[in-house]
Write a protein that binds this ligand. Structure first.
Ligand SMILES: [Zn+2]
Length: 152
């Protein structure tokens, strides 16, 4: 199943991630992001969004709802923004949490712009860990929309 990926599915799940990003409580010091985790058979495992609780990140929130789970081995994470690679307020970045969880693929709409961190290296670190990373630039504008107040 992992090699039978269809663009229509990618669009379906990224659209859901975009809708989740719109639920984020506004913040002047953090991005509004939505994330969904899908197993190898195309079933949703978990979803999350920024500040769903406390100062949680979207990917962190979705992964946190699962804990260790064998289905994560073939899973895909859809996130409207590149997973963070530096996290001052937590021991692990979302990139590190994703690598630790053993996901197979990450699909993002937008690479993190240098607003809060000089250079996000999420994509590079995920690929170095053997995770497939795909970008869906057709969703970039929709992913940026809930972040318009940051001056993007
Ligand atoms: Zn993060």
């Amino acid at each position: 199943m992992q090699n039978d990926r269809r663009p229509a599915d990618d669009h379906h799940w990224m659209q859901l991630a975009v809708e989740l990003a719109r639920l984020c409580p506004p913040s002047d010091s953090a991005f509004a992001v939505g994330a969904v985790i899908i197993d190898a058979d195309g079933n949703e495992l978990a979803r999350g969004f920024s500040r769903e609780s406390d100062r949680v990140h979207a990917e962190e929130s979705a992964l946190g709802k699962l804990g260790p789970d064998p289905r994560l081995a073939g899973a895909t994470l859809y996130s409207t923004l590149e997973p963070c690679s530096i996290r001052a307020s937590r021991p692990d970045s979302c990139t590190r949490l994703t690598i630790k969880a053993g996901l197979a693929r990450v699909v993002i709409a937008w690479r993190e712009p240098p607003i809060f961190v000089a250079r996000c290296e999420g994509v590079e670190l995920l690929r170095a860990a053997g995770i497939t990373v795909d970008l869906l630039p057709e969703f970039e504008a929709a992913a940026k929309e809930p972040n318009a107040h940051l001056g993007l």
